[in-house]
Design a protein around this ligand. Sequence first.
Ligand code: ADP
Ligand code: MG
Length: 351
Amino acid sequence: MSAIDLVRLSKVYPGGVTALDGVELAIADGEFFALLGPSGCGKTTLLRTIAGLEEATGGAVLIGGDDVTALPPGRRDVAMVFQDYALFPHMTVTDNIAYPLRIRQVGGAERRAKAAGTAGELGLDALLERRPAQLSGGQQQRVALARAMACHPRAFLLDEPLSNLDARMRLEARTFLKRLQRELRITCVFVTHDQAEALALADRVAGMEDGRVRQVGTPAEVFRRPANTFVASFIGSTPMNLLEGEVREGGRVAVGPAEVPGGPGAGALAPGDPVVYGVRPEYLTYAGEPTGGAFSGEVTVVENLGSAQLVTLDGESGSIQVVVDEDTEVAPGTAAWAVPRPDRVLLYRDG
Ligand code: ADP
Ligand code: MG
């Protein structure tokens, strides 16, 4: 059993920075769990506190049901992979991978055999005698993973492990990591500031802000129904449109001069209530002619997304982004309309 439970976990650094503010999380055995949030929200601190590299100032860490809050890192049986891999530059790949076994006083021959076995699983066989400086970023990252795997920990803690790779390698490494986790069925806590990475990899995602967990859910839940405008603003490959409006009769919402459908959430609100109107660029339909229940504006920016285009309209309702298919001609400087898909509209009252 290697579930990880965090119970009202807090960390205040000397000097008074509250990096973790009562974090409650229950991560299941074998789960691939992503922690997502902007720089400075406490992700690294959370991982380091689980690993025992930072001491909690309040609350508890349970691993496999055991309270490990007072245990040193070496006795928690978890392995951390750092953002910069933290490989030993003067050691070969074999020695790097075998290092945690050496710390555990495993004998030389057994150590090398185990290191070679783990290296083989990760496709590093040909590189065993090289030093980190002779490896590509992706290879270094695999060595760091192999080192983490070598002593069969109960959980992996991965701190932005893909962020030092270039875009293409990053996608490859992402798929590789997901496959590896599936095969090993090991609990993984994966930290990232990249929402696409979190959604692609994780069984569940936690959105963090200022040392607190603001939402936990499956990628589909967090994408479909971000719990607040903070989570909404950083989930999705194109940011959600978030516009100030006011509820009107008949479940409609006024956003500037536009009256647009308020969606499923409007029924619970009263006319006159202020709301933040949320709709993803993918859930707006572009129109080149006037149409009712739509935002209107002038096309100011057209960005090519490959198989689609991201079009920005500026008008009296604000600045609105719409995803438009690749075959539609859209010219900057022309008037345009954007019709929300009612069942995908989200209304927030926290803005
Ligand atoms: P993230 O990994 O999400 O970027 P961190 O956990 O590194 O966030 O940092 C969370 C907050 O704690 C930040 O305000 C950061 O400046 C502060 N912090 C991190 N490490 C220390 C430290 N050793 N001493 C004091 N403050 C720290
Ligand atoms: Mg960090």
